[in-house]
Design a binder for this molecule. Structure first.
Ligand code: UD2
Ligand code: MN
Length: 346
């Protein structure tokens, strides 16, 4: 009898053990049993997903919060002078550069959406680079090819936002800048905004895309103008403002349709609000502009010159506080975030 009982007990113990093993092998959380296998699967899935996302248009901005290295201690601040800068750069626009090629050449260190942060230190500033855009794909490819390595060497925590004006109404560079400011802030707590034409490439990486105590004008010496600053009040091309500085001037005016004047109006706003502008040394703040003619639907607008005389009248009611637009699409490429917008042209 004793023997019978013990063999029944042994059998039921064996049965229980087998059931438990089967449960573990086929259960949802089989990773608990074989941690290395599922981890590899997740990794390869993620890279495939990343590649797919390069071409996918999404209606809503996906979460682009950055994965940080699993460090137990917080990183120290990046040095004031980035150590890997090289100074003067060789820049040419003869080479054909497809987006595919640029992705291969400079995309590997970027996060989806054209995001980067230095791996070994905490960047001094979080910079949103805003590029107004319509129908300048070749320019954008050159710009991305040259700017990403420069911004990385400058150890910035940055994101590139290409704000594409949808449709073929009158172009409005200034409004696209305001939209870039608003939309980029929805993604990340940027403290500095670099507003840059798509055709301007710095030819010296010591020209830091960092904000300072006053709004800063970076494109001081442009090849198109024989490397001579056109006027002391020039503020077009590439200019940087902190979030506070931009809010203080109520952003750009939204009402400069077509070419010209919006940069002068922003300069007037800055002076009107009691600030001044700063510039880097002209020996360093050198740029090449990709050659182009006047774009269709961006003709000189004579009304704009008149408007620049009325900055003081308009600054309180025309700007960030009166901005209206519709986001049509948001696309995440590894090199940039493209936001297509209806600017509601008149
Ligand atoms: C000057 C200024 C620029 C702006 C403009 C007047 C400098 C160095 N540049 O540039 O900042 O004040 O005069 O509006 O001072 N764009 C497109 N598609 C278009 C039209 C414009 O993408 O169809 C974008 C693009 O980023 C371009 C920028 O708007 O670089 C300015 O337009 P532009 O290059 O035709 O003007 P430009 O060179 O006279
Ligand atoms: Mn230009």
């Amino acid at each position: 009898m004793k023997e019978k009982i013990s063999s029944v007990l042994a059998l039921s113990a064996l049965f229980t053990l087998t059931c438990f093993a089967v449960f573990l092998l086929h259960g949802k959380d089989s990773s608990l049993v074989f941690p290395s296998v599922p981890q590899q699967v997740v990794k390869s899935n993620r890279s495939v997903f990343g590649a797919m996302m390069d071409h996918v248009w999404v209606k809503k901005t996906p979460d682009v919060s950055m994965e940080t290295a699993a460090t137990s201690e917080p990183l120290g601040p990046c040095p004031d002078t980035p150590p890997s800068l090289v100074g003067p750069l060789l820049v040419e626009f003869e080479t054909k550069r497809s987006l595919e090629l640029v992705r291969k050449q400079v995309g590997s260190l970027l996060q989806q959406g054209g995001r980067y942060r230095p791996p070994n230190c905490t960047a001094r500033q979080k910079v949103a680079v805003i590029v107004p855009f319509r129908n300048r794909s070749q320019h954008l490819n050159h710009w991305l090819y040259y700017l990403h390595p420069v911004l990385m060497r400058q150890q910035l925590d940055y994101g590139v936002y290409v704000i594409n004006q949808d449709g073929d109404g009158a172009f409005n560079r200034a409004k696209l800048m305001n939209i870039g400011f608003n939309e980029s802030l929805k993604e990340y707590d940027y403290d500095c905004f670099a507003f840059s034409d798509v055709d301007l490439v710095p030819i010296d990486d010591r020209n830091l895309y960092r904000c300072s105590d006053h709004p800063r004008h970076l494109s001081v010496a442009v090849d198109k103008f024989n490397y001579i600053l056109s006027s002391k009040t020039a503020f077009g091309g590439v200019s940087l403002l902190t979030q506070q500085q931009f809010l203080k001037v109520n952003g750009f005016s939204n009402t400069f349709w077509g070419w010209g004047g919006e940069d002068d109006d922003l300069y007037n706003r800055i002076i009107h609000r009691g600030m001044s502008i700063t510039r880097p040394d002209a020996q360093i703040a050198k740029y090449k502009m990709i050659k182009h003619g006047r774009d269709l639907h961006n003709e000189v607008n004579p009304e704009n010159a008149v408007k620049t005389q009325k900055t003081a009248e308009n600054i309180d009611t025309d700007g960030l506080n009166s901005l209206n637009f519709t986001v049509k699409e948001i696309m995440k490429d590894v090199l940039y975030t493209l936001i297509s917008v209806d600017v509601r042209s008149p």
